[in-house]
Design a protein around this ligand. Sequence first.
Ligand code: NDP
Ligand code: 2IT
Length: 445
Amino acid sequence: MTHLTPVYEAVVKRNPGETEFHQAVQEVLESLEPVALKYPEFVKAGIFERFVEPERQIMFRVPWVDDAGKVQVNRGFRVQFNSAIGPYKGGIRLHPSVNLGIIKFLGFEQILKNSLTTLPMGGGKGGSDFDPKGKSDMEVMRFCQSFMLELTRYIGPDTDVPAGDIGTGGREIGYMFGMYKKLRNEFTGVLTGKGLQYGGSLARTEATGYGLCYFMDEAMKAKGKTFSGSTVVISGSGNVAIYATQKATQLGAKVVALSDSNGYIYDKTGIKLETVQLIKEVQRGRISEYVQHHPEAEYHDGCSGIWSIPCDIALPSATQNEIDGVSAKMLVQNGCFAVGEGANMPSTPEAVEVFLKNRIIYGPAKAANAGGVATSGLEMSQNSMRLSWTFEEVDAKLKEIMVSIYKNASAAAAEFGDADNLVLGANIAGFMKVARAMLAQGVTY
Ligand code: NDP
Ligand code: 2IT
């Protein structure tokens, strides 16, 4: 970086200790160097300085009563990062590691991701350090109701539309939607990822994992590779990992490993997804239980060992910074030729460098996992029209969007001199639309 170095330095100074946010901003600003040179009007209008500062950051207390009658206190967040091209849009993460820096990195990435989808959505993210693991349904409900009691002041179908992320699935969205509806006395599409009975979209549950595979399929086709006959390793065993496993398998691949935050399973004969769905979606159990059903599979403690399993394609779909430089090198040495990011920022900067240097077909998160929020956008459209599309209609639109994201990102990469670098391409293609909209709207935010 040269031209944008002062912008990055100001971010670090103004947001001390928010390392994930710094990491996300640094990568994007590095990609945007040639844009700053080519478009002096963006520099003159302070677009870069405005782009890295959230429009609004909300933090609030979330008190709730546990099953033992004890009062618990969590912290809630909503970062409304950028509304230049549409209402703020992005998920809600419920995980004990959540802090302001993590929500800001996610909200920042979301701006560019949402722009890439071609749909009119701004960027935002929310969450809490509440841990749904080990809580009863009633505890989760009381937390979600308390969270929404405050969040309702800041959101709305034309203002800010939250959705799921780690720890927030259909159950949590249902409790939050119920509370919003009661508080506002209105039935609107204020959240996405809703149940099918009350305004949810078919294929939203599958969308991130399916979209990831559609994106990677397109990127691999351009290089003469395919899912068919390949061995795939996927980290995580939540929403994204499960439906990536399903689609990769449908496309002819063999998925041999999945994980959770305790360890990973390796089933050389191919993961039996029904078992994983039973354990994770129905019983809310641990991935280690898989070997009780399939004794031929192995379970290993610890997360990073999963990247030592030889594979052709890796789809990290758990959490940020789960692949470091060492794991990335191991993947490459074992013959992995493609990496598609289901999770947000799962690769450290060192890992990204390893992938780019070794000409791995590398699908960065904001492009590769945009299918989830794209389908959220389709859910918003259906809610506005008070109509619902069939699974096949939504799935076809999702596929079309993922193919167009690949095309736009690779065209931008080629325009700026490095055709295979989808990091560069996705960052630039996502940014251009937002920057032009900000410029057109004057100095407001
Ligand atoms: P889920 O809560 O359904 O699943 C998360 C999975 O990742 C679980 O297997 C979980 O294991 C594992 N995991 C979570 N935190 C950690 C950690 N710190 N270390 C190791 N493993 C961890 O979430 P999703 O599948 O929805 O989200 C997965 C990733 O995909 C996230 O990065 C999310 O931001 C991203 N994403 C999600 C989208 C969506 O539509 N849901 C859209 C785009 C991106 P455990 O059960 O042990 O916690
Ligand atoms: O990271 C993401 O894109 C999501 N968690 C989905 C957000 C959404 O609004 O559907």
